[in-house]
Design a protein around this ligand. Sequence first.
Ligand SMILES: [Zn+2]
Length: 111
Amino acid sequence: MVLNIESLQSKTTTSLKCPICGFKGNCVKSISSDEIKRSLSDYFSSKPSDNFEVMDCDIFKCENCTLEYADPFVPGSDSFYNWVTTREDYYPSERWEWKYFTETFRKAASI
Ligand SMILES: [Zn+2]
């Protein structure tokens, strides 16, 4: 998939409807693509490749349900996922819900 990043760049806005409840969300911060690359590089202790595509975005927070969401609300680029999914710590070795579902399925299977 090829994204036309120029056409998806965020317009300057201070409020945007929440994608979950439709209530008003307010812009709480703006993040540049350079900041995103730097944060990812620090987090994974690995520098993204030169063709790594991420875009500037604004983060909004819903006044009603407190959901935080990005504008533009689009998936990451192929180069982003190709890089991030090959980082050693990207996939967790354990998650709280795995234990919950395992126990739930075990109980259901024993009925
Ligand atoms: Zn909401």
